[in-house]
Design a protein. Structure first.
Length: 248
C-alpha cells in the first residue's frame, strides 16, 4: 500500500507503519481521548492493516490549539485531513464520540469523493437516531469528573491532580458538548455495512441502543458484544483486532 501519509500531519498519527498492508483503518477517539488510545490496536493489526488515528485539537501535542465543540466541525476537519490521503480499501473505527464523528466523515466521503469506506466499525455509541437529552457538558467540574469515573478508562489519581484536571476537563467538556448537541440529518445512511461493537456492561450504551445502527446503512449491520464496560477495548485488543480483520 502506498505510504504517502505524512506522520507530522497535525490530524493524523501512525503507530505501526508497514509496507505490507493491504488495507487501511482510520480510528476516531472518544470524548477526552487522543490518537494514542489506539496504539495497541494498531500494533495488533499490523502488518496486514495500516492503522491511522485521528488527533483532535486541544490535547497532548495539540493542547495549545482551539477546541472544536461540534461534531460537524470535527468531521469537516477530519475529512479535510483525510480526503486526499486515503486510497481504497479503507475502513473507519470510531469509539464512543468517535463513532459519530466517523459516521459523519464517512458520509462526507460518500457524498464528495469517488470512494467511501468499505465498513464502519461503531464502538460503544448508540446509533445517531437514538436521541437522549445530554447535559454532562453543563455540569460543574466535579460533575464532569463523576461522569468520567463512571465510564472508567481514566485513573482516579489523574483526576485528583489539579494541574491534570485543568488540562483534561476543558477538552472533555468540549467533546461532550459536541456529542450532546449533535443531531443526525434525517434519513442519514451509509452505503457500506456497519459493524457494531459494545461492552456487555457498558453503563451508557446497551446492545439494544446499538441495533438502531441498522437505520443508518443500506448494507446491513452485525453486532459483537465483548465482556467489559464502555472501555471494553482496553481488555480485548486481540479479540477486537481479530474481529476487524475478519470483517475487512
Amino acid at each position: 500500500m502506498s505510504q504517502h501519509i505524512h506522520d507530522d500531519d497535525s490530524w493524523i498519527r501512525r503507530f505501526a507503519a508497514t509496507a505490507q498492508s493491504t488495507a487501511r483503518l482510520v480510528c476516531f477517539p472518544h470524548a477526552g481521548g487522543s490518537a494514542g488510545y489506539f496504539r495497541l490496536l494498531a500494533h495488533a493489526l499490523a502488518p496486514g492493516i495500516d492503522t491511522l488515528a485521528i488527533q483532535y485539537p486541544g490535547r497532548q501535542d495539540r493542547h495549545r490549539e482551539q477546541l472544536l465543540d461540534s461534531v460537524s466541525e470535527l468531521a469537516d476537519a477530519s475529512f479535510a485531513a483525510l480526503r486526499h490521503r486515503l486510497e481504497p480499501p479503507f475502513a473507519f473505527f470510531g469509539h464512543s464520540l468517535g463513532a459519530v464523528v466517523a459516521f459523519e466523515v464517512a458520509r462526507r466521503f460518500e457524498q464528495q469523493t469517488p470512494h467511501g469506506p468499505v465498513r464502519l466499525f461503531a464502538s460503544s455509541r448508540r446509533a445517531p437516531s437514538v436521541v437522549r437529552e445530554g447535559t454532562v457538558h453543563l455540569r460543574d467540574d466535579d460533575g464532569l469528573v463523576a461522569e468520567i469515573l463512571r465510564l472508567g478508562g481514566t485513573d482516579r489519581s489523574v483526576l485528583e491532580d489539579p494541574d491534570m484536571r485543568q488540562l483534561i476537563l476543558p477538552v472533555v467538556r468540549a467533546d461532550y458538548r459536541a456529542i450532546e448537541t449533535y443531531t443526525a440529518p434525517a434519513g442519514a445512511r451509509l452505503t457500506c455495512p456497519v459493524s457494531v461493537f459494545v461492552g456487555a456492561s457498558d453503563p451508557v450504551t446497551s446492545a439494544v441502543d446499538m441495533t438502531a445502527w441498522e437505520a443508518h446503512t443500506t448494507k446491513g449491520t452485525d453486532t459483537q458484544v465483548f465482556d467489559g464496560g464502555h472501555f471494553y477495548l482496553d481488555q480485548h485488543v486481540p479479540e477486537v483486532a481479530s474481529a476487524i480483520v475478519g470483517a475487512m
